[in-house]
Write a protein that binds this ligand. Structure first.
Ligand SMILES: C[S@@+](CC[C@H](N)C(=O)[O-])C[C@H]1O[C@@H](n2cnc3c(N)ncnc32)[C@H](O)[C@@H]1O
Length: 245
């Protein structure tokens, strides 16, 4: 495996500042127990930078933050779909168990693009993440208020006591987080890890952002390998792990 750029003294949390593809290529088949991750959605308008979003406010300021901080979130859509399909195939290769991927329905020229249309992997479990609200109230359709947590592959370990959580989870998103524009609420990795990673097992998040999945691992006694290619988010994740360890 690639040598970590930071690890806790006991080596249980290992953080890399690199591209997801580079970390994945360095991992052996079945190197981790599960994956929990939220990849970029390719949702920025192509002209975000040109329009000077930085000078504006509200949602536009959020877009500027995303655009300025290392996201490659405006690929031509076919290229994005090809890239993500290759990443998910790699996630399945390196995981002994499930590869949980957070994604959503995105709209292009009025047409909804469901992630399962371009991620041709077997699905073991799917959770609807009910975000309990929407920012898109004038979109001439039922305002999107959900995302998907898709468990690809097959679990090698599963805690049946978690089945009663059912498959629709009402969890409010993190609001006003200064460290990252779109972090996981920690309850999401917490539930996925508790259900499908054995105690002491290894969780991988190759798009770790501020390190929420790592923090859930610290809480639950699992090991963690993660990366982010943004130096700013890597530093944030490292600080959060140091504070929590
Ligand atoms: C949706 S955010 C993940 C947020 C994370 N779940 C959290 O709780 O903070 C996606 C992250 O992927 C990172 N990223 C985008 N493209 C990447 C790539 N090719 N390799 C590694 N990280 C990447 C971005 O910098 C961003 O922090």
């Amino acid at each position: 495996m690639r040598f970590p750029d930071f690890q806790t003294p006991d080596g249980r949390i290992q953080l890399h500042c690199c591209d997801a593809g580079e970390l994945l290529a360095s991992l052996d088949d079945g190197a981790v127990d599960i994956v929990v991750t939220s990849p970029p959605y390719n949702t920025l308008p192509a002209d975000t930078r040109a329009y000077g979003f930085r000078r504006r406010s509200g949602g536009d300021r959020w877009l500027a933050k995303v655009a300025d901080e290392g996201y490659d979130d405006q690929l031509p859509e076919p290229l994005y779909q090809h890239w993500l399909a290759m990443i998910v195939a790699e996630l399945r290769r390196v995981s002994k168990g499930l590869a949980w991927v957070n994604h959503k329905l995105r709209f292009r020229e009025g047409c909804g693009l469901h992630p399962l249309r371009f991620l041709p992997e077997p699905v073991w479990s799917e959770v609807i993440w009910d975000r309990r609200g929407s920012l898109a109230m004038n979109c001439a359709r039922f305002a999107p208020s959900h995302e998907y947590l898709i468990g690809f592959g097959r679990p090698h370990w599963w805690d049946d006591s978690c089945n009663t959580l059912l498959s629709v989870w009402q969890i409010a998103p993190e609001r006003g987080c200064l460290e990252h524009p779109c972090p996981f609420p920690i309850e999401i990795p917490r539930r996925l890890i508790a259900a499908s990673c054995p105690p002491g097992g290894v969780v991988l998040d190759p798009f770790m952002g501020r390190g929420t999945t790592a923090l859930a691992c610290l809480e639950l006694g699992r090991r963690f390998i993660g990366c982010d290619r943004s130096a700013e988010y890597f530093a944030c994740a490292r600080q959060n792990v140091v504070n929590a360890a």
